[in-house]
Design a protein around this ligand. Structure first.
Ligand code: CP
Length: 312
């Protein structure tokens, strides 16, 4: 059992919560990697609503796959296909769906705070699948899973989170989760992208990627959130790439066993170059695979799945 009813952010999770999620995801790996039927009855009879009010490829498809793997019944709703476009408030939409006796809402929203608001209008469990600049906790769990798979542990690792820190719900979710698990976090970005108070995360912050890259076990490149910027805060795509982009020359200076991560979608040639995104150090597709496993684990644990599911 997790110590939280809903999964809204990572700073509410204890080390034990995170370990449970990662260990349960590991147990689901055998199901997901089967040649035959990739399905267990763990959430049979449970109804999960996927409410995606903002575009998503990875998160949405991995939640849908995870629900199928767990035998849950899924209801898919998007912003443009619900009565929200006719002027219905989100609270009324949630109460309407809630009246149909569903068990869980998975919520992706442009507006920060939407998932927590939804918890006030339903007794169902809510998972935040990314809300504005606020949080993306399920991304952080798949990141931790991927890193732990490579190193066998998280404590003591040195992780650089590089790029658009100020606009990034990924950084805001990953940094606290890494700190909870005993990793050291260095935030790297140009002054216009830096966070106001990195001590809130218990992190260090620097503007120079070149000064820290050789010391890092994980270099986690953030997508430059062009759609969330109000005005030009970077000089140009090429200049950003020269100062903060992970090119092959920088990647070759990393420790022998160090890895590269990115949450996707990537701006190739901006924060990461193609030869690095596709190189042996890259764990980007491992992250995508881990998304199905960790989301299975989160839904299973939050819905109080019985042990019959994992081994069946
Ligand atoms: N990383 C991530 O959240 O990607 P999507 O926006 O495609 O879901």
């Amino acid at each position: 059992m997790l110590s939280v009813k809903h999964l809204i952010d990572t700073y509410s999770l204890t080390a034990d919560d995170i370990t449970q999620i990662l260990d349960t995801a590991k147990a689901f790996e055998a199901v997901n990697n089967r040649d035959g039927i990739k399905k267990v009855p763990a959430l049979r009879g449970r109804t999960i609503v996927n409410l995606f009010l903002e575009p998503s490829t990875r998160t949405r498809s991995s939640f849908e796959l995870a629900e199928k793997r767990l035998s849950a019944d899924a209801l898919n709703m998007g912003g443009s296909t619900s009565s929200v476009v006719k002027g219905e408030s989100l609270a009324d939409t949630i109460q309407t769906i809630d009246a149909m006796n569903v068990d869980m809402f998975i919520v992706r929203a442009k507006l920060a705070g939407t998932p927590i608001k939804i918890t006030e209008n339903t007794d169902a469990v809510v998972i935040n699948a990314g809300d504005g600049k606020h949080q993306h906790p399920t991304q952080a769990m798949l990141d931790l899973y991927t890193i732990r798979e490579h190193f066998g542990h998280l404590d003591g690792l040195k992780v650089a989170i590089v790029g658009d820190l100020a606009h990034s719900r990924v950084a805001g979710s990953l940094a606290p989760a890494l700190r909870t698990m005993g990793a050291h976090v260095t935030l790297v970005g140009p002054p216009t992208f830096q966070v106001d108070d990195p001590t809130w995360f218990g992190c260090e912050q620097t503007w120079s990627l070149d000064e820290v890259i050789e010391d890092m076990d994980v270099v986690y490149m953030l997508r430059v959130q062009l759609e969330r910027m109000e005005g030009a805060v970077i000089p140009s795509r090429r200049e950003y790439n020269r100062m903060y982009g992970l090119d092959i020359e920088r990647a070759n200076r990393m420790k022998e066993n160090a890895i590269v991560c990115h949450p996707g979608p990537m701006n190739r040639g901006m924060e990461i170059n193609t030869e690095v995104a596709d190189c042996a150090r890259s764990r980007i597709l491992n992250q995508v695979n881990a998304g199905v496993l960790t989301r299975m684990a989160e839904m299973y644990l939050l819905l109080g799945g019985e042990d019959n599911g994992i081994s069946a």
